[in-house]
Design a protein around this ligand. Structure first.
Ligand SMILES: Cc1cc2nc3c(=O)[nH]c(=O)nc-3n(C[C@H](O)[C@H](O)[C@H](O)COP(=O)(O)O)c2cc1C
Length: 206
């Protein structure tokens, strides 16, 4: 099936969620004013209280959806303890939503190193300087930390901090939603019991 058929055809006829997601993301890259890969990431804390914030999707394939963060952050701690997460993309320009939820694994060191190397130097310094999600006494303390790490890594490569890496959500469900008139939207969910399992496709009332 060609890309065009995937993007312009009736998405509810599609039987493979990753190809459909790829087509929708590609389309969003041409229509969104910025960050088409921005996605709300939901986690749950040890008391079962949900938590949500935006991250940037940095990779996806049939293995899952990857983003990077500080593992000592609130989201990092929540995912490491619960091993579960959900995501929700909303592309306003396309009036489309994709939701997914599943089990989370840590990406390999090699994968994280390769991505880390592509980041701007300032972002690599920032990963060292930010104790993400912990109290900061003032902007000056952050700028001081940035200056210290800039001096420390003035020459040569900036290594990836041991607490900074990526998570891959291996979806157990992915739902595609497209706006239709009078709130009679199209919704299709792909479900499976285990990450390697076969997808069951279910259309749902809007
Ligand atoms: C559009 C957007 C993209 C973001 N991307 C990331 C990201 O990829 N990784 C990350 O750690 N934080 C990202 N952030 C910041 C997070 O939303 C959040 O403030 C931070 O990670 C701390 O979250 P936590 O305390 O729940 O761990 C992004 C924020 C926005 C608005």
């Amino acid at each position: 099936m060609s890309e065009n058929e995937l993007t312009s055809g009736d998405f509810t006829e599609q039987n493979e969620p990753f190809a459909l997601f790829a087509a929708w993301l590609r389309e969003a890259e041409t229509t969104e004013p910025n960050d088409p890969n921005a996605v709300a990431l939901a986690t749950v804390d040890k008391d079962g209280l949900p938590n949500v914030r935006m991250v940037l999707l940095k990779g996806f394939d049939s293995q899952g959806f990857v983003f990077y963060t500080n593992f000592e952050s609130q989201k990092g701690q929540e995912i490491l303890s619960q091993k579960k997460a959900a995501m929700c993309f909303h592309w306003k320009s396309l009036r489309r939503q994709v939701r997914l939820r599943g089990l989370v694994e840590v990406v390999s060191d090699k994968e994280a190193d390769e991505y880390y190397k592509t980041r701007a130097r300032g972002s690599r310094i920032g990963a060292w300087a930010s104790k993400q999600s912990r109290p900061l006494e003032g902007r000056f303390a952050l700028e001081k930390a940035v200056a210290e790490y800039t001096a420390r890594y003035a020459l040569g490569d900036i290594p990836r901090p041991p607490y900074w890496s990526g998570f891959r959500i291996r979806p157990l469900s992915i739902e595609f939603w497209h706006d239709r008139p009078f709130r009679l939207h199209d919704r299709v969910e792909f479900r499976r019991e285990v990450p390697e399992g076969a997808w069951e496709k279910v259309r749902m009332y809007p």
